[in-house]
Design a protein around this ligand. Structure first.
Ligand code: AHR
Length: 764
């Protein structure tokens, strides 16, 4: 048989297993990361239109970030439009003030753009000129801005583009006129002539996913860096100038133009149910290693804020917050049913006490809402264990698990949910991705999603994360959908998500597979010991490998080779930081980019130790992070690492910090799952899903249910690309295509190499 000849595979479609799927199973995760909102979903074309950027957003940023000017521009804070929007500008003509938008403002010929701002005529006569100008300063669209006398005035006017192109918004104030300006906005108008809230092509891309729910606002943004950065929903509703902008934990600015009302409206647009995630009374623990906690005396008010959020979503117009929603233009309730409490929090006593207060209040006052608990950032480890234990104690309905792992991890863990306790809480697999954006990763996710369906009695909800990333402004990869100002670039993972979401079954059917389904993971190959110290310079002496001394070296950013080590071996060294603020990395075995171990001595701002394993050039943290005082300049650190086949032990200053056995189980690469549903015409349909994440096609034969009657229908197939094609910041190298399927018992069907197939089949 040649290397590309199909491998036989037999599938037996059996009877329903009794597992039914939650109709909410597949949803989306929307966090303001990677400029997903401002510069993304937010249709606003101006950046920093309210002059509220500060150095807290990012060092070097301030009120005039994204603006250029000629002439006299004064930054002012007296008598602002609103105390929440405290900074504005005074322009004393002649002056021009130009906003560059989010890397230029795209205008289309003939299109209408709504400009609005607060203006105050301070003195003089005349009108300001407004124009969207091209690179040569020539107008693409223009209008005049008249400001009556007497305090802040809310201006609103439309500019219609005479020409299309890339532009900037320019305000020109003539000599003799002094004007103050704040809260400038420029939005494209929709077909109804009204300014758009959301960028249309991104909304269309999300709508095509047919998500059941939208998680928001995070992720880390939900609990923020410190109490001042907690996402308080009330700060995000109402007129724009009354909203409270904030620094974004991902290193930029949140204008809050897309606040809670817009989020609920987005859910409505997408036909999805909302799933707010609120802080459990504590901030993110990654702030100098400790979460900030809302003082107990302030907790009743915080609990009330969360109850008010539910009332804002669900309350009738006769309730205080339901009336507020109606006043803001949405009398109909949003039907909130899910609410997440906490995100990846360290499970401390402080967390538990606060969590319980909020959960109790919600249970007694809003039984219509199911609260989702949290189990740390990793799919294992201390917070995961304690998070689950606490969830069981609290009788939490659903627990949010997260896993950003290698494709190998997903293929090795397809049995993860088979043995979960069916009596305890259910699972929301709330953030996951197989790194990074390749076809291989997308297929690993598809394989895992099949097993989530198979375990639909325990896995009730799932969402890939993160959802959106603007090119050039990304803090996290991989992401589901990349975009720039003009284009939307869905990844291969996007197609996988869509192939699950648009064709859902109701009840799981047993599928038995026979054939070559697993790929072995060979023992880790021998290789070199390699050292690096990004962010520091470290002297290494008293070093040995397997007892043989090694000459002293100095290590910096670039990797330094210390010597060869086998699958079993011992490295010992003394590392002394000479300068810098970070620690050191030791890499062991394997080849340059593949299949090696990495021990971080002072990762995460020199605060932890971690062991990683690299597969397919991608890293998984497999033990830790465990808190550590880190490396200090001029303080020697004695390190001993012993490899014993898959067992790895790491001692730091004679303390055993890591002792683990690396998972080298085979990967299941050929996976099948099946559900059934009743179509609108009453016919029973099978939704069959097949992953072949190997380089050989499978020649599949089927034993069919229902008396062996042939199954016919249409299959959507994602195939045809190199498994390693598809990188972050690119569109998927492969698109799904449809083929007709006719399955008679015993008739073969060829499943392509590196493919994912979803077939919707009917008997007859
Ligand atoms: O999805 C990106 C980040 O990953 C989320 O904000 C956080 O919850 C997780 O660590």
């Amino acid at each position: 048989m040649s290397d590309t000849a199909p491998v036989p595979l037999s599938l037996t479609l059996g009877e329903p297993t009794g597992v039914t799927l939650d109709p909410d199973l597949w949803g989306i995760f929307l966090e303001d990361i990677n400029w997903s909102l401002d510069g993304g979903l937010n249709a606003e074309l101006l950046r920093n239109g309210d002059f509220e950027f500060t150095h807290a957003d990012r060092p070097g940023w301030g009120p005039l970030t994204a603006w250029q000017h000629t002439g006299e521009v004064e930054i002012r804070t007296e008598d602002p439009v609103h105390p929440h929007n405290g900074t504005y500008v005074r322009l004393t003509g002649p002056v021009t003030l130009t906003n560059e938008g989010f890397d230029a403002i795209r205008v289309e010929a003939g299109a209408r753009y709504r400009f609005s701002a607060f203006t105050w005529r301070v003195q003089g006569v005349g009108e300001a000129a407004l124009a969207i100008v091209d690179a040569a300063g020539e107008p693409l669209a223009q209008a005049t801005l008249a400001t009556p006398e007497g305090g802040w005035h809310e201006a609103s006017l439309d500019l219609v583009a005479e020409r299309g192109g890339l532009g900037r918004l320019r305000v020109t104030v003539p000599r003799g006129l002094t004007l103050e300006l704040d809260a400038l906005s420029l939005r494209p108008c929709g077909s109804d002539g009204e300014p758009l809230t959301f960028r249309q092509d991104l909304v269309d891309t999300l709508r095509a996913l047919e998500p059941s729910f939208v998680r928001f606002p995070g992720g880390c943004v939900a609990h923020g860096l410190g109490l001042g950065n907690l996402y308080h929903w009330k700060q995000t509703v109402g007129p724009r100038e009354e909203r409270v902008p904030s620094f974004n934990t991902w290193g930029y600015h949140q204008s809050r133009q897309i606040g809670y009302l817009e989020y609920f409206e987005l859910c409505e647009l997408l036909g999805a149910t909302p799933m707010p995630i609120v802080a459990a009374g504590v901030s993110c623990q990654n702030l100098r290693g400790r979460a900030a906690c809302i003082p107990m005396e302030d907790m009743p008010a915080y609990v009330q804020d969360i109850l008010d959020l539910v009332e804002f979503a669900n309350g009738g117009p006769d309730t205080r917050w339901g009336a507020r929603r109606a006043e803001l233009g949405h009398p109909e309730p949003f039907g909130l049913r899910w609410l997440g409490l906490g995100n990846e929090d360290e499970i401390t006593r402080d967390f538990e006490v606060r969590y319980a207060m909020v959960a109790e209040a919600l249970a007694s006052q809003h039984p219509e809402v199911t609260v989702i608990g949290t189990a740390g950032p990793q799919p294992f480890g201390p917070d995961f264990e304690r998070g689950w234990e606490f969830a069981r104690e609290q009788r939490v309905a659903v627990v949010d698990e997260h896993a950003y792992r290698t494709p190998r991890w997903f293929h090795q863990n397809l049995d993860r949910y088979d043995d979960y306790d069916r009596e305890g809480p259910a699972v929301y697999f709330g953030e996951y991705a197989a790194r990074t954006n390749s076809v291989r990763s997308a297929l690993a996710e598809a394989a895992f999603m099949i097993t989530m369906e198979r375990n639909g009695d325990i896995v009730r909800l799932a969402s890939y994360a993160p959802l959106l990333a603007r090119l050039g402004t990304t803090q996290w990869v991989p992401d589901l959908i990349y975009f720039d100002a003009d284009d939307v670039l869905p990844s291969a993972s996007y197609h996988v998500q869509r192939m699950f979401s648009v064709e859902r079954g109701e009840a799981v059917v047993d599928v038995a597979l026979e054939g070559e389904t697993h790929v072995p993971v060979p023992p880790r190959p021998a290789g070199n010991v390699r050292l690096a110290a990004p962010g520091a310079r470290v002297r290494v002496d008293d070093a040995s490998i397997d007892g043989a001394p090694v000459a002293p070296v100095e290590v910096g950013e670039s990797e330094v080779e210390l010597g060869a080590i086998g699958a079993d071996g011992v490295v010992e060294l003394t590392a002394t930081r000479v300068e810098g603020s970070e620690g050191m990395i030791v890499r062991l075995g394997g080849t340059g980019t593949d299949d090696f171990l990495q021990v971080d001595l002072g990762s995460w701002q020199n605060k932890t130790t971690v062991v990683h394993s690299f597969a397919d050039g991608i890293s998984n943290d497999i033990d830790g992070p465990y808190a550590h005082p880190g490396m200090s300049t001029d303080v020697p650190m004695r390190v001993r690492i012993a490899l014993d086949g898959p067992r790895i032990r790491v001692w730091v200053d004679d303390e055993l910090r890591h002792d683990l056995v690396e998972d080298r189980r085979p990967e299941q690469r050929v996976v099948a799952g099946c559900t059934v549903r009743t179509a609108e015409d009453g016919t029973r349909e099978h939704v069959l899903r097949l992953v072949n994440a190997t380089d050989r096609p499978r020649r599949a034969t089927f034993a069919l249910p229902e008396g062996g009657a042939a199954l016919r229908g249409v299959a959507t197939v994602l195939a045809g690309a190199d498994p390693d094609a598809g990188q972050p910041f690119e569109a998927s190298p492969v698109e799904p295509r449809e083929v007709a399927i006719d399955l008679a018992a015993g008739e073969p069907w060829e499943i392509p190499a590196w493919s994912f197939t979803v077939a919707v089949l009917r008997a007859g």
